[in-house]
Design a protein around this ligand. Structure first.
Ligand SMILES: [Mg+2]
Length: 128
């Protein structure tokens, strides 16, 4: 079982992702902004995170930069309802795992969780 962090200021999005995560047998942890999410990341062993770009206090790109600086093997999936070339480029430059546009399907999320967790395992193995 993996621990998956869901960071979004929209309750409906968090609920949707939580249901997919739990149906796959994983544990979901939620945060509604980047500051709260940073706190969760420091307290819990997070295997993968879904992170919204536009949030109060701290947005997803700033959060991504902070997490990758601390844990280069972190798997961060950036989400947005307003895709733009700028944020796609920032996600790639900052080593985000991938970038997805809302609304997304259950199939896409399930596939990303599977691939993301495998990538996390590879990165942890490579570090040893
Ligand atoms: Mg938002």
């Amino acid at each position: 079982m993996a621990k998956i962090l869901i960071v979004d200021d929209e309750k409906e999005i968090r609920g949707f992702l939580r249901r997919v995560v739990e149906r796959l047998g994983h544990e979901a942890v939620e945060a509604s902004d980047g500051v709260a999410a940073l706190d969760v990341y420091h307290k819990e062993e997070i295997d993968l995170a879904f992170v919204d770009i536009t949030m109060p206090k701290m947005g997803g790109i700033e959060y991504l930069e902070k997490i990758i600086a601390e844990d280069p093997g972190a798997i961060i999936i950036i989400m947005t309802g307003y895709p733009s070339a700028d944020t796609i480029i920032k996600t790639i430059e900052d080593d985000g795992y991938t970038y997805i546009a809302k609304p997304f399907t259950v199939d896409l999320i399930e596939d990303l969780i599977g691939r993301g967790l495998a990538a996390r395992e590879q990165k942890l193995k490579a570090r040893k």
